[in-house]
Design a protein around this ligand. Structure first.
Ligand code: AHG
Ligand code: MN
Ligand code: MN
Length: 332
């Protein structure tokens, strides 16, 4: 296996970066890895197994749940519950957080917030989808049940965050606050292998990602910025290219590698935007900042927001430093 570093080897190597590390975070990350491999297996045979399409249920946000949303949610919950390192979880697909009540879980140091399946509208059409996760140290007393306060923490308090992209290959990208590293799943050995060490987003980019169909509902700042993106100006490499997949994970991943800006702003129809602070915006903001980019609502740094509720939504702008700065200057 010379030359190949697996994710498990990498995590163990990095364990010493944490003061007082005792292996729990390593085991917690491993639980997430296992669940992601099971989800990956189902995603890969989605057209064959009876896993395409919608269920008859809606989630708390009033969105119809896809079968794969529910499957992925169940897998991550089971892995984290059985692992015993997390005292509870909150998921985009569940109304409330879950506090695990086994003795081992009650003594777990961490909570995990996740979007089990990001990009649900792309499942049935074979376009990249993902999973997003965010890990915090609990604030409630060890040995007791997790409380809502454990989940309503600022993004700045995250201990680790990451995503899995089920794309042309499957990758896991994560940070523990010491940079961002990406691992590609080698299906022949069933292991994630280090393929993208020290990921950083280019300072300047050429890609803008927004659902332009919503522009009529967007502010002047957003409309003016998109007009700016389309203007011809050789010195600043404009016009930029429009790329929008509709899976945040995939749009984020492409922009991080190539340079770009991802925007899901407030609109007159959705005054707080669409994306969810706990499950989508905070983990992606942590990764974006660790990769050298900026993550903002337009008015505030995302990771400084004090969450008020589990399913809170916030406007989202993230990407290459100079591109985000250009847009933010229009907000003033
Ligand atoms: P989810 O599938 O977890 O509900 O998330 C979908 C999100 C995000 O992935 C994507 O960027 C955005 O919704 C797309 O929304 P629009 O279809 O409104 O552009
Ligand atoms: Mn999502
Ligand atoms: Mn989702």
């Amino acid at each position: 296996m010379s030359g190949v570093k697996t994710l498990s080897e990498f995590i163990i190597e990095k364990q010493d970066d944490f003061p007082f590390a005792s292996g729990e975070l390593t085991r917690l990350l491993n639980d997430i890895v296992i669940a992601s491999k099971i989800v990956n297996r189902e995603v890969n045979k989605a057209g064959l197994a009876d896993i395409l399409g919608a269920t008859t249920q809606e989630n708390i946000q009033g969105e119809t749940q896809q079968k794969l949303d529910v499957f992925a949610d169940d897998q991550f919950i089971a892995a984290l519950k059985n692992g015993g390192e997390a005292c509870g979880i909150a998921s985009e697909e569940n109304d409330d957080f879950l506090a695990f009540d086994s003795l081992r879980s009650k003594n777990g140091k961490y909570i995990v917030a996740f979007d089990p399946l990001d990009g649900s509208s792309n499942i049935d059409v074979n376009v990249s989808i993902g999973t997003i996760f965010s890990i915090y140290r609990r604030v409630s007393e060890m040995g007791t049940l997790a409380t809502e306060a454990d989940f309503l923490q600022k993004g700045e308090n995250q201990v680790a965050a990451g995503y899995v992209i089920y794309g042309s290959s499957t990758m896991l990208v994560y940070t523990t606050g010491n940079g961002v590293n990406g691992f590609t799943l080698d299906p022949s050995i069933g292991e994630y292998c280090l393929s993208h060490p020290n990921l950083s987003i280019p300072k300047n980019g050429k890609i803008y990602s927004i659902n332009e169909g919503n522009l009529a509902y967007c502010s002047d700042a957003i409309n003016n910025y998109i007009t700016y993106c389309k203007e011809i100006d050789k010195p600043t490499n404009r016009p930029y290219s429009a790329r929008y997949i509709g899976s945040m994970v995939a749009d984020f991943h492409r922009n991080m590698i190539k340079g770009g800006i991802f925007i899901y702003p407030e609109t007159t129809k959705a005054p707080k935007g669409k994306l969810r602070l706990l499950y989508e915006c905070n983990p992606m903001a942590f990764l974006m900042e660790q990769a050298g980019g900026i993550a903002s609502t337009g008015k505030h740094r995302i990771m400084e927001i004090e969450p008020e509720e589990l399913h809170q939504r916030v406007p989202t702008i993230m990407g290459s430093k100079n591109m985000v700065k250009e847009l933010l200057s229009l907000y003033k």
